[in-house]
Design a protein around this ligand. Sequence first.
Ligand SMILES: NC(=O)c1ccc[n+]([C@@H]2O[C@H](COP(=O)([O-])OP(=O)(O)OC[C@H]3O[C@@H](n4cnc5c(N)ncnc54)[C@H](O)[C@@H]3O)[C@@H](O)[C@H]2O)c1
Length: 393
Amino acid sequence: MRSIGVGVVGTGFMGAAHAYAFRTAPLVFDLELVPRLEVVADVRREAAEAAARRYGFARAVGSWRELVDDPAVELVSITTPNDSHREIALAAFAAGKHVYCEKPLATDWADAKAMAKAAREAGVSTLVGYNYIRSPAIAYIRRLVQEGVLGEPLYWRGIFEEDFLADPATPFSWRCRRDVAGFGALGDLGSHLVGMAMFVMGPIASVVGDKRTVIPERRDAPSEASAELYGAQIGAAAAKEAMRRVENDDTAHALLNFSSGVTGSLLASRSHWGRKNHLAFEVFGTKGSVLFDQERFNEVQLFLREGDPARQGYSKILIGPAHPPYGQFTPAPGHGLGFNDLKVTEVAHLLEGLAGDTELYPTIPDALEIERVLHAIDRSAAERGWIEVAEVD
Ligand SMILES: NC(=O)c1ccc[n+]([C@@H]2O[C@H](COP(=O)([O-])OP(=O)(O)OC[C@H]3O[C@@H](n4cnc5c(N)ncnc54)[C@H](O)[C@@H]3O)[C@@H](O)[C@H]2O)c1
């Protein structure tokens, strides 16, 4: 069995998910190439040390450069806030290493483009963390659409709502900063939505968008971790309980025209109370429709216009071994997967791609196409009119 040396940069929400997935993927999938957990890095060195102990990395370091330069690391996993993705990825490419990067790629279009160009030139493998498309339910829905079970597709409608910034009393965080996060809900949540739309329905040709910051300022009292990271400037402001202007969108909408002629719409919001991970979409076709909701991602609602109209209605299909790769996790239908299983499936896809057994998707150049749509929505919102996605170049 071959192995590959892995380095994970960052130990927050996604760093933990990546580390867990690297540990777990070989237990769930039959992999030709298995990960060796070599190095974990975090600017908060004690967090890296704790992660090394918990997940079994051989070494913990306080600087991503040390991780990238480590000869035992062949694959660099980037789970830091968006402003550092470009620098870390470019250094990894220069060292000839594969890159697994969290979404979105970067805080602006120029950086995202630079990452895609460098990835192509480096000739290494890349994957971006659009984990929701790894769900067995999504593979099933994609097949329904592609095999024409819904007839001719007519309309796609998607929503991604969370409420982590619904409370005006929630303090300012890195996600509210233009220079660290880039877009707000549009980049954080809308990127998943656009990625999902393109995965199921194909490319998007034109958009008209709108963006709003619904809670314009927040108390500048960052968590200890972000004060340490982003410096005394924030710390001093926090001491005075200053308010700080939110620099990006809480809510973004768009109308979409897919290249296929299908039309659609999307809404992304981080301030809708009660919604925790409401990544939901519907596809309407000439013969039926399908509905998915990530908060209930072990089921799919399917309506088919066939048979006696008196018996027609949405049927609830519980995901099971008939919907790969569910059966890798458990043989019993309807028992359910969880969020981390999507990350495990994503890492298995990555390792299969690195072993040469499958084509990786979405690579960094593929993810640039998702970001092209986000920038088209942003530009359209500023210009107040329709934009051809290809105009973003
Ligand atoms: N795929 C998904 O479903 C998903 C979900 C959440 C976040 N994300 C993405 O993951 C990335 C991280 O988000 P998060 O929620 O894990 O953030 P987080 O704030 O929980 O964690 C970030 C970690 O990076 C560390 N860090 C920051 N700058 C660093 C640097 N220069 N070098 C080394 N370590 C550094 C921090 O100390 C922290 O441990 C973002 O790009 C975000 O958009 C993806």
